[in-house]
Structures are given as C-alpha cells and as structure tokens.
Write a protein that binds this ligand. Sequence first.
Ligand code: GRF
Length: 265
Amino acid sequence: MKTRIAILISGRGSNMQAIIREAQEGILRDCCEPVIVVSNREDAPGLARARSMGVRAVALPSRGLGRSAYDRALIRLLEPYEIDYLVLAGFMRIVGPDLIARYPNRIVNIHPADPALFRGIGAYEWAWETRREWTTITVHLVDEGVDTGPILAQERVCLRGATSLEDVERRGLAVEHALYSRVLRALFLGERTSPEASTSLDSRSHAPNPSLDAPATDHGQGPRLGRPPTGTAERGTESSSPFASRPHERESWESTEPPSRPPSS
Ligand code: GRF
C-alpha cells in the first residue's frame, strides 16, 4: 500500500513538483501517492503546477487565522483524504500542536541550511550575504517545538565560487529536489531508525535569527542535527542520514532505484 501524502506549500512549489514527479515516474512511484496539495496562499504558483501534474490542489488561506484555528481547518480539510504524512515544502507557517497531535512524527519538512547555524526565513540569503563556502540542506520531522524536530538527513552543498544569490539558490535547490524524495522513500519504506534515534534539536544552540519571532516562518527552517556529514558525494556535496550514514550504504540504497530526474523549477 502506498503512503498517502498531502504536500503543504505557500509559493513556487519546486520541491512539491519534484516529489510529485518522483511519485509519478521516479523513485517514489511504488511507495507514495501525493493525494492533495494545500497552499495557505491563494496566489501560490505551486497550485497551478500541481494541477497541471494531475494532483488535486486547493487553497486554504491562512490570513487572519491564528495557528490553532488554521491547524484545525487544515485537519478538517484533510480528514476525508486519509493522509498518512504531511510533507511541508516551502510552507510558510509554524505548525502548531493540534496538527502535530493529529500527525505525530508524520510531518516532514525541508530546510535549506543547517538549523544549528540558521533557522527561519532567508537561509539562502544568509548563505550568500555571509559568503559561506557550504550550506547544509536538512530534512527533518516536525515536532511541537519551533523547528526542533529530529533530523532525518542532511546534505552539504558547496557554494564556493558562487556569483550571486540566484547561483546559491540554484545549487541548493538542485540538492533539495533530489534529497527530499530520497528521504521520503526511506521513511515510507521503513528504511530508517526511529525518530528518537536522531538527535532532537531543542537541546542545541543556534544562531539567532530575528525572523523566528515573526508570526509566519518558513517551516523548512528548524533546529538542527547532531551528526556531522560523513559521506562525500560528487559535485561538492556531502550527505548525512540515519538511512545512509556511510557512503557504501548510500550507494546500495540508491543503486536499486532508477535515477531521479531533477525537476525544472
Ligand atoms: C525551499 O528552499 C525549501 O527548502 C524552503 O522553502 C523553499 C521552498 O521552495 N523550506 P519551493 O517552493 O519548493 O520552490
């Protein structure tokens, strides 16, 4: 039986698009069914993208709603679809306790930085403005803390020689699009340790980010992972994951799957 997912977005939806594509014709096709895409913004370009790929997509506007009221509306909306996992992909809301309680350990998020170094909106801007040589894409479970969920996987992206913010983002998104589906596949097929096995983020210190105090934050941002990257991949990336903590494990994990195709974004 395929894992039924709802993908939550707020904007462009390039990660959403990558996941749908992998579910339709790539590494998620045997284990994942994107049932519905929900945006908290009516004008999110990702809604049309999802529909053009044959996936139901609806707007559930969040403007004027508090966290709890919005979460309850979302739960009501999703209930008939019998969703197993919520996949956050650029969803610019903090997930509250109501939603966490309804989907415990079943909400996943992607954040384009190591949360120990940067949380909140604007991770690529931070990486560019501070001229970082690397950034670390992070996929994590969402828990009741603010960006404190256990990390499922991280992959480093080399930013050396980046010439612009757009260049930084392009490099990062290429990794995001591939990493997210790989992690979801491992999660849905049970190819991972329990969430408790990865380091919870609340105990770790992190750099302050004023955007965390804003009412809406990019829930791709969370605190971070305990394990430093260990595997080295091509093109200046490194990976770390409970599923594939050593290069040979990752190779065997991926070798049984057809190659993933990076989506256009
Ligand atoms: C991505 O960088 C993701 O990591 C972050 O928000 C951005 C969303 O981009 N959480 P997209 O909408 O998937 O193109």
